[in-house]
Design a binder for this molecule. Sequence first.
Ligand code: NAD
Length: 365
Amino acid sequence: MSSVTAHPGRTFSYEPLPGRVVFAAGARGRLPEEADRLGMGRILVLSTPEQREAAEAVCASLGGRIAGIFPGATMHVPIEVAHEARARAAELGADGFVAFGGGSTIGLAKAIALISPHPILALPTTYAGSEMTPIYGITEAGIKTTGRDLRVLPRTVIYDPELTLSLPVALSAASGLNALAHALEALYAPDANPIVSLMAEESIAAFGRSLPRVVRDPADLGARSDALYAAWLAGSVLGSVGMGLHHKLCHTLGGTFDLPHAQTHAVVLPHAIAYNAPFAGEALARAARALGVANVAALPGALYDLAAAVGAPVSLASLGMPESGIERAADLATRNAYPNPRPLERHAIGALIRDAFDGKRPAAD
Ligand code: NAD
């Protein structure tokens, strides 16, 4: 229990983000009143092409407040798609954006809100957590640029676990591990603080118990609710504190080799935690406790086992990364300095990526 003992020398700063969260099975029924609360009268609804029908069905309750729908969201917000959606918003005179979907759709809403005074209302349907962050990303000529701006933080988030019942099992597992990575890295963030650590630990515990249940029975609403609750917490900590090596690696690998976002997180997580664990023992003790693991040394193996148990991918090779890219990825991931518990050691990071490529289970120290 040493990690939660009151500490006379404790130092931290904490700045909560604004935003309203409504969480309940069936909460999508409150969409009209929540849109009214934000003063939205001419709404542009955003979705991916695959989720268009579901978005239209849920947003039908908005009636005449809908000005139009833009069902063109795709992964990583290509600048061309952002331009198109911004033009549509301007042409319709939209005064609010309803984002129905995962990180790709919410990311597109953020790209519009970045140059607009109007609010986003998000209905998340994955566990990615973008809805709770002021972080945006736009991809131009293959390079994704990210930034932080409060204008892109959704003003209201409606979490309805029933909307996640259709999330395919494989994506549920990978998306959950993507979110788990936010919570794990938040524990050792340089700007970690007591509230964020409490939320992160609770998120890890809730994912640890809910993800295996979601995968066993994707229609189990109780498990879906618990996983979405964990995702809310994980997104909240992602929005509050800086991330380290794991997120940097996934960003580099995903961008350089066009790997799927959530699955890349699922593969890299045990290895990034193995790299950092010897330098972040106290912080990660919370994660070990939350997952019921004996000690921090056993945590990377337990994360690998969790990924394997829920059927998430465990190797970068299986995601289509070329073996010849391992050294290049290590160079790119260590090119710029950034905060991380363990210093960035080029050789050790190369070995980490090799292990992730091969899908090797991290050994306990
Ligand atoms: P996604 O939004 O790309 O969705 C993946 C696929 O699943 C899509 O085809 C989508 O239509 C489908 N889908 C989503 N929910 C569904 C549901 N309930 N039922 C059926 N199908 C469903 O995936 P994602 O992992 O949520 O988002 C990834 C993107 O989000 C990446 O670009 C990532 O960089 C970004 N992201 C940003 C932040 C941030 O804070 N800015 C945080 C996390 C992720």
